[in-house]
Ligand binder design. Sequence first.
Ligand code: SF4
Ligand code: ZN
Length: 728
Amino acid sequence: MSKVVAAAVMRGTQSVFKQAESILNKAIEEKSESTKVGFPETAFYFPMANALLAEEVKTLGDAKKILEHARTLLPRELPQDKVWLPYLGDVLDSGIATLLCEEIIMALRYLSGEEPQADCNGFFSDTVLRSLGLQLVDGRMPGFAAILGAAPDNKTAVEIVRQLQERSILIFAGSSSNGRSIIDQLKEENVAMGWDNYIVPYGRDTLSAIYPLNWAIRSTLTFGGLKAGQAQKCLLYCKERVFAFGLALGPLDDIKYATGAGAIAMGFPVIADTDIPEIRPTGVAGYEALVKEKDHSKIVPVGIEIRGIKIKVSKIPIPVLYGAAFEGERVRREQVYVEFGSKFSASFEFLRMKDSDKIEDDKVELIGPDIEAVEKQSKRIMPLGIVVEVAGRKMQKDFEPILERQIHRYINGAMGVMHIGQRDMNWIRISKETAAKGFKLKHLAVIIRAKILEEYGAIVDKVQTKIYTKEEDVEKFSKVANDSYNERDERLGGMTDESVEVFYSCALCQSFAPNHVCIVTPERLGLCGGYSWLDTKASFEILPSGPNQPIEKGQCLDEKSGIYKNVNEFIYQKSNKSVESVSMYSFINSPQTSCGCFECIVAIMPEANGVIVVNRDYTGMTPIGMTFTTLAGSVGGGVQTPGFLGVGKLYLISKKFISAEGGLRRVVWMPKELKEALGEKLKKRCEAEIDAGFYEKIADETQATTSEQLLEVLNKASHPALTLPPLM
Ligand code: SF4
Ligand code: ZN
């Protein structure tokens, strides 16, 4: 390996170490060793130090221990001109030391209120990682790229991020070169940033690159089921399962080299656009670790190739970019060229199957004016009805709602097109820029067809679309659609676990949580909230050897808890023999495992003889003395944790919700926003299962955030949990 690189890394490490040492000592002098320090919303303290050293840093005194550990990793001596040393080990140790020190520095900046920097995300919370879980496992987000520095000009900066976005790669943008940061280049070009746009600005200096790195290492603890302190395993997990690479734009200084060495130690290669000495032998990373690519149009493909990221780019013949990275993008009011639906106009979308001979594939009919009609109007509003008709030998009526639900994601993928809602409650906006590029209504149909054939080609062979833009047509056909929506709801609502012979497994999350399997039943959806029984059924039809497998229920071993012989055998094999028995309806007796991307956690509260439920978005305290983040830190990684259960939101309104323990009447508390989100459906379930007044007896954070407060509220309300048989 190059002596120049090794020397730069080691100088960088020493400089970061000195910085950490001096500000930590100063902080201890000014405050005290017992002063609390930490990052927001994480259950993993200083995550890098936690994963690699099993240290739980809570105070400045604890941070000192990390610094001392980093000291032991410092290079013994800088490479001399004449002495040859095998530098690689030292370089990687230096890299790790750099990351540990950077974590200390950033935490101290949090302590003094200097973080997060303006317009930057700062520390990445555990919750973000969990909420991205599904996208990461189902391939919608195939990898990550961390950009350090600035492109030679704004145009190149935009081109690089667009290339990444089009491939749905999550981008962490930050650091600077020559006093300029890519963050500002993107800002100047009005590129929308944020998690929804797949571009996350982490900070304008190189030290803050620790944020994406200590986020990556956390996946080993949240999903991987690894224990804090299993350093080698954690680094290996990152190398094997976290598909990340770095792009260093502009000249590299010592700190960038040192941080880059840390990234390389985690298995993430770095591609630079300057004349650097490369590290090409396949050493620790198992592939090239430091590579130069001076052509900016090639730097993204080179990164993807070196890191071995598998990309599926949807080439859809529309006049704007298309990709999952544009799904979360908003079209703001001042950018709107035309909009449909919401409270502004009649609008609906509807998908149905037809006999194959009734469908002409790829046919698009526009019945009514196209979008330019708004030019002659005072308002930029039009009615819209989208009727998609599909046919295929393996298509089933039950799959209609599944395909229809994808329309939201499909349309959203087009840059400058926003889609919210579904059915006759949808809302679509097309931006001026997108309209100026030649986007027309027929392109909505083009997108829907291309994506359905790409993702559901195994069950659908033909797609035709009718688009209505005349008021009277939209109203007429929305009535037809409405009858179908209602009929569907009734049919699916009546489906029970008893009415089917097979459940389905989902092993999608095994790419991150190797021992986790969800068992999905008609009355219990996957814990990520993304897979219902019908979804898994359709997915099995599409890919019979895929992540969703049917399991014949067979012999029932325990009716109350919902334990089946075949399910147990299946889970034992697919959990790598780590789980012997799972129940469908109990959270105490052999509960299902959790991967990490659960929407909610059900947690036992013994003193209330019930459970609390907390959703991912609730950041406040719960009456059991733990936040969602803290709770989530101990539920997951594919292990069973009796008394705690990761669940999908809709499972709460299922008749089978922890029915072995008495069901809904055990719920004593949930955050207000969750209660309201479940709204009418929850009220109905309360009424059906207990009584109409029960809904009000479920307390929320406005009534109680401590155990004492909650018990008082429950007693006053005579909550039924108090009189149920004891849970433990
Ligand atoms: Fe992961 Fe379970 Fe959702 Fe499948 S159903 S994606 S395994 S959380
Ligand atoms: Zn998961």
